[in-house]
Write a protein that binds this ligand. Structure first.
Ligand code: F0G
Length: 439
């Protein structure tokens, strides 16, 4: 018997459902669902157990998600679908720190997952649940990374997979991954939000399983990144955790992860969670700015959220105007006294180049974090971790355009690369020698 169940997050509803009820939102009120536990976990020996698993060869222990399985809603005999996700590095980033005028900055690089983005940590749980439910076909709407991740995990699980993407708005690398892993790729005229609406209608068919982050099992997998991060910091959580915001599943998952760690006594405080959005795709930031300090606790505030009809940003991963998980992300920001801020296209582009100069690299959406930290008021003795969500190779057109000074923002403005590093056309061997002397 499982100890877990699904519960509606709406304060006026709180309806409860079985773990295996195939729902994405509450069937009573339409609210988002959380996965909750009935009994407390005895956490007294967990740190040691998790540490010991690092040297085990069991595939569940090799995964940075399933290593923390005491907090996952699956029984011990579950056949997991894993690609060895998680176990991502936490880097010191001195150049990025300097750029943010901080003595120190750490970057948790979720782009080092098997398909190059943080989505894998959630997908392993969602596709495991899909198989458990006997789904025939797994589906998602995506700006590219969810698609690549789902395609890979579906292939591992031998499930049919279809993804719906906005035509012409997904980077070639992400599209290439999804095709290579054998997913049916359906390109739709419109943006991510159009795709999301479409896929939610399709998922009403019982044999289809939707694995966007509205699916609470995705959030369960992703929340373990908070566990891994806390462990990497020897259970001393940072003062600030900064994440990019698109559909707002990631910030929701960090909020849940840190809350559960705190409730079980594994940490004694939570980091302030700050969500950073691109200025042209920032419905969550607008909502945050429109609420007063006191208003944030009032239930009525939830009715004032407005979608962005025409989201615009070159950070295509987060070009989203109707984020499905905003209420969970709101809870994470509010509970941790965090904030929601925006950054410009120029700020994203320059921050991305600086992260590259640390020898780390990331995709544009991830660089919103460093761009945002530069704007946050952080005290000198406070510690900060930024979450890089995707790999630098996810969007090489953007990188080449930046360094060649040909990057154009959606509003037609040329983004001058302050840290551009253009390739040099060579005429003769002698000129190579001359250039090398001048470096
Ligand atoms: N960073 C990257 C690289 C992403 O791919 C995404 C989302 C985000 C940040 C935002 O995360 O949605 O949890 O707030 N990409 C989704 C996709 C929407 O379809 O791949 P979020």
């Amino acid at each position: 018997m499982t100890n877990y169940y699904q519960r509606c997050i709406a304060a006026h509803c709180r309806a409860e459902f079985d773990l295996d009820a195939r729902l994405y939102v509450c069937s009573r009120c339409g609210g988002l669902l959380d996965i909750e536990r009935r009994e407390e976990i005895d956490s007294s020996t967990l740190r040691e157990i998790w540490q010991q698993r690092r040297s085990s060869l069991d595939p569940r222990d090799r995964s940075g998600v399933w290593r923390f399985r005491e907090f996952l809603p699956f029984t011990d005999d579950t056949q997991i679908v894993s690609l060895g996700e998680g176990n991502t590095p936490l880097y010191d980033a001195p150049r990025s720190a300097d750029y943010c005028r901080l003595p120190q900055l750490k970057l948790k690089h979720q782009g080092c997952n098997p398909t190059g983005s943080f989505k894998d940590t959630g997908m392993t749980a969602a596709v495991t649940q899909a198989r458990k439910l006997g789904a025939r076909l797994v589906v998602c709407a995506s700006t590219g990374n969810t698609a690549a991740s789902l395609a890979a995990y579906a292939a591992r699980a031998d499930l049919l997979c279809a993804i719906v993407v906005p035509s012409g708005h997904v980077s070639h690398a992400k599209l290439a991954q999804a095709l290579d892993y054998g997913a049916k790729v359906l390109e739709v005229d419109g943006n991510f939000d159009t795709c999301m609406n479409l896929i939610r209608e399709l998922a009403e068919d019982e044999s289809v399983y939707l694995v966007n982050s509205i699916n609470p099992f995705r959030i369960e997998g992703q929340k373990t990144v908070a566990f891994e991060l806390a462990e990497q910091l020897e259970w001393q959580v940072p003062d600030h955790l900064v994440v990019p915001g698109g559909n707002l599943g990631n910030s929701s998952a960090f909020g849940k992860g840190f809350r559960e760690l705190m409730e079980s006594g594994l940490i004694d405080r939570q980091p302030k969670i700050t969500v950073v959005q691109a200025e042209g795709a920032a419905p969550f930031a607008r909502f945050y700015n429109g609420t007063s300090q006191e208003g944030r606790l009032a239930p009525a505030v939830l009715d004032t959220f407005e979608n962005e009809e025409h989201p615009q940003t070159l950070a295509s991963a987060i070009k989203i105007g109707a984020p499905v998980s905003w209420q969970k992300a709101w809870r994470a920001v509010r509970e941790t006294s965090g904030s929601v801020i925006t950054v410009t296209e120029q700020e994203i582009a320059d921050a991305k180049a600086i992260i590259g100069r640390d020898g780390i690299g990331c995709e544009p959406a991830s660089a919103t974090t460093v761009a945002g930290i530069r704007k946050l008021r952080i005290k000198e003795n406070e510690t900060v971790v930024a979450v890089l969500t995707g790999h630098v190779l996810k969007d090489t057109d953007y990188v080449i355009n930046y360094h060649s000074q040909t990057l154009i923002a959606p509003d037609g403005i040329h983004l001058a690369g302050k840290f551009a590093n253009a390739p040099i056309r060579i005429q003769s061997v002698k000129s190579v020698a001359d250039i090398l002397k001048q470096i």
